[in-house]
Ligand binder design. Structure first.
Ligand code: LLP
Length: 415
């Protein structure tokens, strides 16, 4: 469900023609729908309403201040993984008491900034990190609220780059060492042990891995509590997938909510979850213009867009599928093309071998479901300023991040 719809053949975001945005703002640009984002936020909350729950949006999915503000106003907390994301969340007006700091390695200055801000919880992923956090907390004469992220060893059956709970993964403390890690944490005077955490991966289509993780984590939580640890928070991470249009539909938020409610019934704990993709993926598209339509050897057709892998990395990095559509009324007929970017890399293919209506230079197209891990993974590779970000609400739109300029490319550099 999203608000990118055709009216009289032409593609709109809510009540704004994407053509108008391209004319005013230029391309490439990320365009987000407020209505879609709000709908996803509410559907997610409603699906989990049976639980004492704090949803912490994973800022890494899309960190624009305007998006963070909308979610913060909806009562979401935030899951951050760096001092930079802490800065974003605070600048957007987030309540520090609803911020969780995840990540397998955190610098001292990042720990310090988060402690000073008074965040809800640090998710630590190793015994050594516990010692580091303890030292920083004591130097500030504070106690850091800490959860330990455990690797529950469940196979989320997703792309290997985004599965995080396999036995070979760098993430978390192995479940076999969890008890020892908790004992160590209790000995450190700068720490206050408050929770247990996990995150099993991303773009997970079935509820089964979530159920397995929730059951294992619940058992461990209860065991730790019985062993004298005053745990209050059980953080189950993010990871529920979205439909990209190239496979079966993933489980719904309702299925996910029901499964968690069942697995966690009557557990006396505050449940934290860290959804990212689910909230923003379908709320955003990448709007781009065809620069050249050319034929390669053997007649292979290429459409070269003004967006490339630096703007949307997912296809090049994961072989990810994003549906492509023209903005204007589609021309009659179809042909198989490679939609590629202008970056000097053979991997710069946005959509390989795609059957599309005939495209010509000057045409506008969108790559759908690009709201999550789109702009947040964009770079300036090949000397390419990053795209503008536009937020649509009803019949109005606003540039919520201006297009970078060539001066932005050299900012901070000296000869
Ligand atoms: N919590 C933690 C600790 C995470 O590492 C992640 C994502 C999330 C929550 C949010 O997961 P989500 O609900 O969005 O699945 N760049 C990849 C995805 C990487 C996910 C990294 N961690 C992609 O474009 O598919």
């Amino acid at each position: 469900m999203n608000h990118f719809v055709r009216r009289r053949g032409e593609l709109y975001c809510e009540r704004v023609p994407l053509l108008r945005i391209a004319q005013r703002v230029g391309t490439p640009a990320y365009v987000y729908s407020t209505a879609t984002l709000m709908r996803h936020a509410r559907v997610f909350r409603a699906a989990l309403r049976g639980l004492d729950m704090l949803p912490c949006y994973a800022v890494k999915a899309a960190g624009n201040l305007a998006i963070l503000r909308l979610l913060s106003d909806e009562g979401f907390g935030f899951d951050i993984v760096s001092g930079g994301e802490l800065h974003r969340a605070l600048r957007a007006g987030a309540d520090p008491g609803r911020i969780v700091f995840s990540g397998v390695g955190k610098r001292e200055d990042e720990l310090r900034a988060a402690l000073r801000a008074g965040i809800l919880q640090f998710n630590c992923e190793s015994e050594e990190e516990l010692e580091q956090l303890d030292a920083v907390a004591r130097s500030l004469r504070r106690r850091a609220p800490v959860a330990i992220r455990v690797n529950p060893a469940v196979d989320a059956r997703t792309h290997p780059y985004i599965a995080t709970a396999l036995a070979t993964s760098k993430f978390g403390v192995p479940a076999s060492r969890a008890r020892a890690a908790f004992r160590r944490a209790e000995e450190l005077p700068g720490l206050a042990v408050v929770g247990l955490a996990c995150h099993i991966g991303s773009q997970i289509g079935e509820v089964r891995p979530f159920i397995e993780a929730a059951r294992k984590m619940r058992a461990l939580f209860e065991e730790l509590r019985a062993g004298g640890h005053a745990l209050r928070h059980l953080d189950l991470g993010g990871g529920l997938g979205v439909p990209y249009g190239d496979g079966p539909d993933p489980a719904s938020p309702e299925d996910y909510g029901r499964a968690l409610a069942r697995a966690l019934r009557a557990l006396d704990a505050r449940i934290l979850v860290e959804p990212g993709r689910l909230l923003v993926a379908n709320a955003g598209v990448l709007l781009t213009r065809i620069l050249v339509s050319k034929r390669g050897a053997g007649g292979r057709r290429f459409a070269v867009a003004d967006a490339g892998m630096n703007d949307l990395l997912r296809p090049a990095l994961y072989g990810a599928y994003h549906a492509v559509e023209p903005v204007a009324r589609p021309r009659a007929g179809s042909e198989v093309v490679d939609l590629v970017g202008p970056v000097c890399e053979s991997a710069d293919v946005l959509a390989p071998r795609r059957r599309l209506p005939p495209l010509e230079s000057g045409d506008l197209v969108v790559l759908r479901t690009a709201g999550a891990y789109g702009m947040s993974m964009a770079s300036q590779y090949n000397g390419r300023p990053r795209p503008a970000e536009v937020l649509v609400s009803g019949a109005r739109f606003r540039v919520v991040r201006r297009r970078e300029t060539v001066d932005d490319l050299v900012r901070g550099e000296t000869v």
